[in-house]
Design a protein. Sequence first.
Length: 448
Amino acid sequence: MDTDTVRAAQPGDASGRRREQRGWYFYDWACSVYSTSVLTVFLGPYLTSVAESAADADGFVHPLGVPVRAGSFFPYAVSLSVIVAVLLMPLVGAAADRTGRKKPLLGAAAYTGAAATAGMFLLDGDRYLLGGALLVVANAAQSVAMMLYNSYLPQIAPPEERDAVSSRGWAFGYAAGSLVLVANLVLYLAHDSFGVSESMAVRICLASAGLWWGAFTLVPLRRLRDRRSPAREAALPGLRQLAATVRDMRRHPLTLAFLLAYLVYNDGIQTVISQASVYGAEELGLGQSTLIVAVLLVQVLAVAGALGLGRLARRYGAKRTILGSLVAWTVTIGAGYFLPAGAPGWFFALAAGIGLVLGGSQALSRSLFSHLVPPGKEAEYFSAYEVSDRGMSWLGPLLFGVTYQLTGSYRDAIISLVVFFVLGFALLARVPVRRAIAEAGNPVPERI
């Protein structure tokens, strides 16, 4: 571990560490509005409606001459974004570790995503291709930025603090999402009073997320600091670098085993996040205002859930707490299959169940993985971790889209995601995390 990283974890440097941690929290505050307002609430139904307006008589659009059912265009665009991210993240992660210059790379990725999101104001009429392109750029940029952001965790928090620091970061993000969603709800419901159309209100909400993202990114860019890194080999092109990282992980097979489990169950989590509003709108026939209130409920309860599961982890350990959350995810999504159409109350109950386990399962997964990363390879390893994080996983959206394309039923599409939680539970249960931490060369916390 380099000397700057060691100093960052020393109790004597507590005030500097706390200042850096507070700055780190604010990146979640900045970018989570994109995940909430854009990816979860507005863009899925809106881009689907734009694609439907451009569809032929059979309900298909034809990007690059390929027939795609209009209802599948949004999840396919999410899947394409992760392919782009897979090419970029290993390259950027290795460069960040090699040079120690994470902060400028974080800024470049964040402002690329913020600009693409602000550009969604131009999405109207039948411009579904523009919407898909902006979605791919914003999602890929968010993946790169989140990879760099997550890789700071083992550098700014000693092992005994990481569950709490990670949980606070998620709580900050969900609090910001709640605040902005309230403003979105006011604008959307009262758009006539503001003298704008419903479509214009949605476009304003999309663009404002980009402006928020860019404005609050200034805080972490001022407070986080770069750390010197020992000289390392030059980064390789994207997929070759990812392959090199995976080969390096083979020297730490238990770290790789955890990452595989996380990749599987997080595919399910992120696909639920990105497709729930489409399911509510298209299958259950719920209005946009109902969807916004449901997502707002998720955000509010996710703050409490992240902090609450963080406390449970201190008592029972992060691994056991994550396993319990996966059981809850399986029950919740199974129940979602049976929701009656046109019944907002039941959809709100589903949202409450998601909110209580959402933040904690993600926060604890991030902090647990940080213990399994060999010192000095934080960004490189988190680039592999981020491939399946924050709605960028390709397999879940692809399965959702293909299931809908084959069956024409969003109920079948949503229930297909249960397999990710069941398989993820089985894989995680087999990982001996205490031995994995020791083999990665890190101190083993008293309870993990």
